[in-house]
Unconditional design. Structure first.
Length: 93
């Protein structure tokens, strides 16, 4: 058991190299995986279907990617709103 844990920890400590293809060049269309990492999660099927319907995603993978993108966008919106509050705006008329 300790051996498996040590192997997992070592793999987790190894940085993912974004510029290296995740699959061989012969994989064709699967080359779109470049710069991505494989993860495995236990997700609620009902919640995943609901998110997929709301987002209009064509696959579960696309649903998860769109949801993560929305989280990052929400952070950017918050940062932009905070930056606007710091501005000293004057009326134009």
């Amino acid at each position: 058991m300790a051996h498996k844990t040590r192997l997992k920890r070592k793999a987790a400590d190894t940085p993912h190299r974004v510029n290296e293809p995740a699959v061989s060049p012969q994989a064709g269309a699967r080359g779109s995986r470049q710069g991505k990492v494989r993860k495995e999660f236990w997700l609620s099927p009902a919640l995943l279907r609901e998110a997929q319907a709301h987002l209009g995603a064509s696959s579960e993978r696309e649903t998860v990617e769109m949801a993560l993108d929305l989280v990052a966008f929400r952070k950017e919106l918050g940062e932009g709103a905070r930056a606007l509050r710091r501005l000293d705006l004057k009326r134009l008329d």
